[in-house]
Write a new protein. Structure first.
Length: 254
């Protein structure tokens, strides 16, 4: 390689580096402009709603970070939803704290249990089941749902309850299956048409919950006596096509 060729090669490398640096600077400037636009848009949206008076937003690389306080857990969720809808928003880091009323765990759990019991009415509510636990205002909800509608309604009820600081969702959706659907209907008829158990169909809480998962039947809820629990288990055990039956009904004397 001659001296001129070496010089040209070094010069070409320097030009490439210079062009790359210019491109990176331009790209950084564009990203910074986008971040500023997103932050301005999010801040304006938050400022337009009184419930977000104590919420602040910052943006870096398109990621919106929300901080501050709200009085309900649902409002924390809604603030994140609002930020996600802003054009060029690439994601949301939700660090908002729920600083509303503090409710003792036992009291909050009882309120939520009552809310979920008597709000969930109708045909589909027979085929879902939810269990609650509360620790330091953090609600863990477990259970199974046939369609997802019951789960969404339950989570909405929980999120709007004063005292809830956070929610852990462990509800699973049962597999889609014509076989399971048929088994659910047969189980409901067998249980609720029994003279000893028909009274539970009148209760809007529908205490006998029938969960079917790939042919396996589980009964949840509350009944008035050990005899009622036994009868319900016997009726479910007589179902044609059920691979197994587990009776988890609790006896609660009213």
């Amino acid at each position: 390689m001659t001296g001129k060729q070496g010089f040209r090669k070094v010069l070409g490398s320097m030009l490439s580096i210079g062009l790359l640096s210019t491109a990176l600077i331009a790209e950084t400037s564009a990203a910074s402009r986008n971040d500023n636009q997103v932050q301005t848009a999010v801040t304006q949206k938050l400022a337009s709603k009184n419930q977000y008076a104590n919420v602040k937003a910052s943006v870096e690389d398109g990621i919106v970070t929300l901080t501050g306080t709200v009085d309900l857990y649902q409002r924390k969720l809604d603030a994140a939803k609002l930020a996600r809808k802003i054009p060029n928003s690439q994601g949301v880091r939700n660090l908002i704290t729920v600083a509303g009323a503090t409710v003792p765990d036992a009291q909050l759990e009882q309120k939520l249990a009552t809310k979920l019991t008597y709000v969930r009415e109708g045909y589909d509510s027979t085929f879902d089941y939810f269990a609650l636990g509360v620790k330091d205002g953090v609600v863990t909800v477990e259970g199974q749902d046939r369609t997802g509608v019951g789960r969404d309604e339950a989570l909405a009820d929980i999120a709007n309850m004063p005292g809830v600081k956070d929610v852990i969702d462990r509800v699973t959706i049962e597999p889609v299956s014509n076989f399971d659907d048929g088994l659910r209907l047969r189980a409901a008829r067998a249980i609720y048409r029994d003279p000893a158990l028909s009274k539970y169909a009148i209760d809007p809480a529908r205490p006998i919950r029938i969960i079917v998962d790939n042919g396996h039947v589980t009964l949840y809820g509350a009944v008035n006596s050990a005899m009622d629990k036994q009868i319900a288990g016997m009726r479910a055990g007589q179902l044609f096509g059920a691979f197994s039956v587990e009776n988890k009904l609790e006896v609660v004397k009213g």
